[in-house]
Write a protein that binds this ligand. Sequence first.
Ligand code: 13P
Length: 287
Amino acid sequence: MLVSAKEMLQKAKAGHYAVGQFNINNLEWTKCILQTAQECNSPVILGVSEGAGKYMTGFKTVVGMVKGMLEEMNITVPVAIHLDHGSYEGCMKCIEAGFSSIMFDGSHYPIEENVAKTKELVAICAEKGMSLEAEVGAIGGEEDGVIGKGECADPNECKAIADLGVDMLAAGIGNIHGKYPANWAGLSFETLDAIQQLTGEMPLVLHGGTGIPADMIKKAIDLGVAKINVNTECQLSFAAATREYIEAGKDQQGKGYDPRKLLAPGCEAIKATVKEKMELFGSINKA
Ligand code: 13P
């Protein structure tokens, strides 16, 4: 069932669990995530970055593929198709293509410009029945061994953006996309607590879900996080399982080179990762 992320996140925030956003890259990714969500009776958000959208030939292809799968696979759990870290132009394209949710990442603009652009998108999304995620405080770069701590958002700026009527708010709390460096300082719960105190019911979003220890995830949920984004971890488990298959020479046995066989271990690995996260986030049986 294709829905916006609004209601599932309000329920998650009230119920003290989080819904996973799992980024998709292709048909296999999408199918595996949907299968797992249905098996776990969990709501799910399919994240699509602008790059992944382009890779899949465009946002319309993504919408067509997901809608087709929801029908052919009899998916009854709530599913949102969500633009991840969208530019203003990217948001417009996804609105047109039929996404049910978008993220406008205006964190690199001065706060006034972030507010103005977010405000415009709030009005459009309300009219279309779509949900909107905004971001304050940029979330650190990938695999940068030098950065020990991601940026922390200003709680007052978070309040200013939350008050515009967005449905979910991503705020930097020391989190980073990709693998965390060995010297990572951890999440700033002090920042998260301050943001949550000012923004109240607003579902908060934790980006960079890969590699955050389970106890930190639990604490973040306790402090108001209702959506957690995971991307790299599925890529790593897919790659490891595929490597194992090839290194064992299985692609050279029988018809092991058939992509439906060759990609099968990677697919199983994605499913296991997604299930593990859904268990940790507490979204199982919350559909
Ligand atoms: P990871 O790749 O670190 O899991 O981050 C995902 C994310 O936050 C997408 O917006």
